[in-house]
Write a protein that binds this ligand. Sequence first.
Ligand code: ADP
Length: 287
Amino acid sequence: MIFNGNQLANSILQTLRVTSKIKPKLGICLVGDSPASKSYVNRKLKACQEINVDAELFNFSENVEQDQLIKHIQSMNHDGILVQLPLPLHLNKLDIIHSIPYEKDVDCLHMHNLQRILVYGELCEMLPCTPAAVLQILDYYDVNVIGKKVTVIGRSFLVGLPLSVLLQKRNATVTVCHRETLNLDQHIMNADIVISAAGHPKLVRNVKQGAIVIDVGISQGEQKGRIVGDVDFDVVKNQASLITPVPGGVGPMTVCMLMRNLCNIWKKKQGQPVYINPKLSDAYLND
Ligand code: ADP
């Protein structure tokens, strides 16, 4: 089965639509004019329109100084704030992320928010968007990960690391692979579920028959302007019981989870109940 990310993302966005007169406002800081970053930002702006929330884009030049950017972030009065990554090398990504007040950190990358994930997992009202997207896809297909062997490829603080924690909290048996992992193919073949977030085309060439394969990778394809995932899709689609394509798989779901975080920030501010995954069992926080 091939997952259709646009379809599910659109139906979730419908449920997030804001109908109140006063609505949340997202502030986006974009540095430079990389076409890829611009296109991601445009998708986020479009999603804001779709759920009827306000968004404001601040575009800085490629050589903006760190202090100037941080001062700007500190002056923003938006409900949710995000800085589009990657940033030029002269900027300190972590210092910039940490200049966002953690309760407005809609990407959920501030160390305070990541620490909360370690302790409370999915009980947090904000989750890192790509890991949340992966979990949402698993839930959509009622995939129960308890006791299953899940191989996560990549350990970045954006995707692999928080995702591996969240899967452990769901009682999966998680193997985290990275650049230095020996016998990667063995870890892939061994897994019931493979989640690849390395940004390396054709890294996943074969999986166990019937495995679930979630492709989080994004790289430039051989054809200019074409993006590809980490999975050799044409081969692996014949082995997997469920596979996500690139583009049109995890990507649209990630934007959708960003919108959910923004809505939850807003709901919390208004004293309304926030969205928490209804499928979590009572045993969720046992370890
Ligand atoms: P993202 O933040 O989108 O996950 P990064 O580039 O920050 O992307 O992280 C990529 C991750 O993928 C790193 O943890 C790295 O170790 C892992 N990785 C990169 N190349 C390979 C590879 N060939 N095999 C296994 N893991 C890899």
